[in-house]
Design a binder for this molecule. Structure first.
Ligand SMILES: NC(=O)c1ccc[n+]([C@@H]2O[C@H](COP(=O)([O-])OP(=O)(O)OC[C@H]3O[C@@H](n4cnc5c(N)ncnc54)[C@H](O)[C@@H]3O)[C@@H](O)[C@H]2O)c1
Length: 377
């Protein structure tokens, strides 16, 4: 039995419990150290999981002293590249960085380069790839259970980078990582809205064309319907997928919907309910990473290159709105096209006034992220 991997976490807010829980629940890691600007965040983590970790208010000190095998990067989006590149320089075996991979494609590319240069395995936290309903849908599609997939529809909210980077990643996962050829879409942005320090739109629609001919439609902040999952229309059937189950309709189901609620490797849907997707996703993501580190598998389904493509499709929608064109991938603009639109005066907020829909996450006296402190993420 391989010895346990030493894990440390940078940024101990809400999603980091998914990482710590995942490391603990899969049984292959010791969480030895935490880094956060706020002591209280680290204290809460220790109390929640009944662990005793070393605390650092300077993440570089943790990287310097702890000889970590695996580092989690769980700061806000703008900190993902900073901390992944910094952590990579200390040569851990692997890094799990949260989604969206970065705030710009240029920074995401630097993350891939830094990890390659230092021989560090990079995973982006699109943990829904590990949900058994998602994997069953992927397998059914690959087996031809609904014929040729013609259309995938999904619904997002609170800006595309946050919620819908999971959905662009989901499209590719469902299609066995088929490549997206082009993106077309538009955004509305009347107010100066940000999400975790990243500029977002009021609403957006994106269409995505995949190499095999499948089309995906993303409706973000434009309907009352919002969920992680998809309606998948094939030439010979349909799948209605959520994070906990799927319904299949094809000739074998006699024209009625057939419910499938597969359990995970670590948890059962019925027992965990709403917590299932977080607990199973976190544990299975960490477990596959341990397999990758130990050479039991050749790759990880959440590898950095897949995270890059999920972000690229989102930025493809912004680029389509900016350029008024169908954007053929790869996206060649490496800064955030929404930022360029606003900063160049192309898309001026009609109702000015910066606000962040996740300001409630900030602790202490802070009400905004200080953009001068790049490393704060
Ligand atoms: N995979 C998912 O489904 C999922 C779900 C929620 C959030 N996320 C992602 O996780 C990231 C974090 O979101 P959150 O909701 O946990 O935010 P949060 O505000 O709850 O937590 C962020 C933490 O990072 C800390 N931090 C900031 N700068 C730091 C620094 N320089 N060094 C150490 N710590 C620092 C903050 O003090 C805070 O405790 C976001 O990018 C978000 O998109 C992913």
């Amino acid at each position: 039995m391989a010895s346990k991997l030493r894990a440390g976490v940078i940024g101990c807010g809400s999603i980091s419990s998914n990482h710590v829980g995942g490391y603990i629940n899969c049984g292959r890691y010791d969480v030895v150290a935490l880094a956060d600007l706020n002591e209280s965040a680290m204290d809460e983590m220790d109390a929640r999981f009944k662990i005793k970790t070393k605390h650092y208010t300077d993440a570089r000190q943790m990287l310097e002293k702890e000889n970590l095998d695996v580092v989690s990067v769980c700061t806000w989006h703008t900190g993902h590249a900073t901390w992944t590149i910094t952590a990579a320089a200390y040569k851990p075996k692997a890094i799990i960085c949260e989604k969206p991979m970065a705030d710009t494609l240029g920074r995401a590319e630097q993350m891939l380069i830094a990890c390659q240069r230092n021989k560090v395995k990079l995973v982006i936290g699109h943990q829904r790839r590990f949900l058994p309903a998602y994997t069953l849908a992927k397998d059914l599609i690959a087996q031809g259970a609904i014929g040729k997939v013609q259309q995938i529809t999904s619904y997002g909210w609170q800006g595309m980078p946050n919620f819908s980077s999971h959905q662009t990643d989901m499209y590719r996962y469902l299609l066995s990582d088929e490549e997206c050829d082009w993106v077309m879409g538009n955004v509305e942005r009347k107010t100066d809205m940000f999400e975790r320090g990243t500029r977002i739109e009021d609403c957006a629609i994106g269409t995505f064309r995949f190499r095999g001919g499948t089309q995906a439609l993303l409706l973000s902040d434009v309907t009352d319907i919002v969920y992680q999952g998809a309606l998948i229309y094939g030439s010979e059937g349909m799948i209605n997928m959520t994070t906990n189950n799927l319904q299949l309709l094809n000739k074998d189901t006699g024209g009625s919907w057939q419910l499938h609620e597969p359990d995970g490797k670590f948890f059962k849907v019925k027992e965990r309910g709403d917590r299932f997707e977080w607990e199973e996703g976190g544990a299975a993501q960490a477990d596959e990473l341990a397999d990758w580190i130990e050479g039991k598998v050749d790759t990880h389904r959440g590898r950095g290159e897949n995270g890059y493509k999920a972000l690229e499709m989102i930025h493809g929608v912004y680029e389509s709105a900016r350029m008024h064109e169908k954007v053929i991938l790869p996206v060649r603009t490496k800064v955030n096209p929404l930022d360029i639109m606003v900063e160049s005066g192309h898309l001026v907020p009609e109702r000015p006034g910066h606000y962040d829909i996740r300001a409630f996450l900030l602790r202490g006296e802070r009400m905004t992220k200080d953009d001068e402190q790049v490393s704060e993420g």
